[in-house]
Ligand binder design. Structure first.
Ligand code: FDA
Length: 308
């Protein structure tokens, strides 16, 4: 119920205005978002790499219906890549692209524009040895995401595809994607989806996650285990052993600000631990999904509001 309400709120302009105006919001948002501009994001990245972690950057934004906004987001990624190169800290980094932020939802030529913009980002990234990943959004965007990924992978085979385990199609998608050289980030899924396309309860989603992970770990690709769930992490470790995988043949991923001690533990064991580092001014949708994932985050937020 609460999750549904928060996910609905994440798309409400009225609630957005209210939340953005609340004076203490920023202090709470800072837990999940590494600042509203490039400089704090670079500073957060430096801290993460100093402690053995690596990063995928997300310049926040989604669902744009404006061509100039899609271009502006693309330019923001190019600026980020330039800054990483100039600071000499590009090695090992990745950028996560939300295709709806670079044009996929535009009413005319959305997919074509998203492909062109994502191609520009991948090209600039490849020049400095950075990889790119295509985030997964609303299920209606999934076919488009896979089709754009196929096109991008012609020129940039390292482009990673994100699969949401809660989608009933996930296991089949993982089978198609588990080939040599294919980087696949498996997450549970963060959106409100109808029962016809997605498993609903935590238990069913967890089972679906394990089924999809088994496919990826048994395949020839490069699984990216994106979860904070201790059970999923334990099972991932077992699957690594059963499939005789080496530490350079998969990685763990977590969101910035969530379970930092566990991030450090996994990195200290010699695993690649990649942190999804979100930054920028369009934090509202991302922040509300983080509240929806964990009621304790909401309690913290409401308590701050009440004591104000
Ligand atoms: P689950 O939600 O069951 O949580 C397990 C435990 O993790 C909790 O008990 C708690 O301890 C901790 N935890 C989880 N979320 C927390 C939070 N917000 N705050 C504090 N603690 C929390 N989704 C999507 O739809 N498309 C995408 O492209 C991506 N990309 C992505 C990248 C990376 C690197 C990660 C880690 C996740 C995503 N996600 C995503 C989000 C993902 O789908 C999912 O919503 C969250 O990861 C939460 O699910 P868990 O697997 O952590 O399990």
């Amino acid at each position: 119920m609460l999750r549904t309400a928060l996910l609905a709120a994440s798309r409400s302009p009225q609630i957005r205005t209210m939340v953005e105006k609340f004076p203490l919001t920023h202090a709470i948002v800072d837990r999940f978002v590494a600042g509203d501009a490039l400089d704090p994001a670079i500073a957060a990245y430096k801290e993460l790499i100093a402690t053995g972690r690596t990063v995928t950057f997300d310049h926040l934004g989604e669902d744009t219906l404006d061509v100039s906004q899609a271009t502006a987001t693309t330019d923001a990624y190019l600026l980020l890549l330039k800054a990483l190169e100039e600071n000499g800290i590009a090695a090992g980094a990745d950028v996560s692209i939300k295709l709806t932020a670079v044009g996929q939802s535009l009413p005319v030529d959305g997919e074509k524009i998203a492909l062109e913009n994502a191609h520009r980002i991948c090209e600039a990234a490849a020049k400095i040895g950075i990889t790119a990943s295509l985030d997964a959004e609303d299920h209606t965007m999934a076919d488009g995401q896979l089709s754009i990924a196929r096109d991008l992978r012609v020129d940039f085979p390292s482009v990673a595809v994100v699969v949401q385990a809660y989608l009933r199609r996930a296991e089949g998608d993982c089978r198609d994607l588990a080939h040599a050289g294919s980087r696949v980030r498996l997450c549970k899924g963060a959106y409100k989806e109808p029962e016809s396309v997605a498993f609903q309860g935590k238990h069913d989603v967890d089972l679906a996650y394990v089924r999809a992970l088994k496919v990826l770990m048994a395949g020839d690709g490069y699984p990216q285990v994106a979860t904070h769930d201790p059970n999923m992490i334990k099972i991932a470790g077992q699957l690594v052993e059963w499939n005789n995988r080496t530490k350079d043949s998969f990685e763990y991923q977590m969101l910035y600000g969530i379970r930092p001690e566990e991030q450090l533990r996994l990195a200290a064991e010699g695993n690649t631990m990649r942190i999804y580092l979100a930054y920028g001014q369009e934090w509202y949708g991302y922040f509300m999904r983080r509240l929806a994932e964990r009621p304790a985050n909401l309690t913290f937020f409401l308590r701050a509001m009440a004591t104000r």
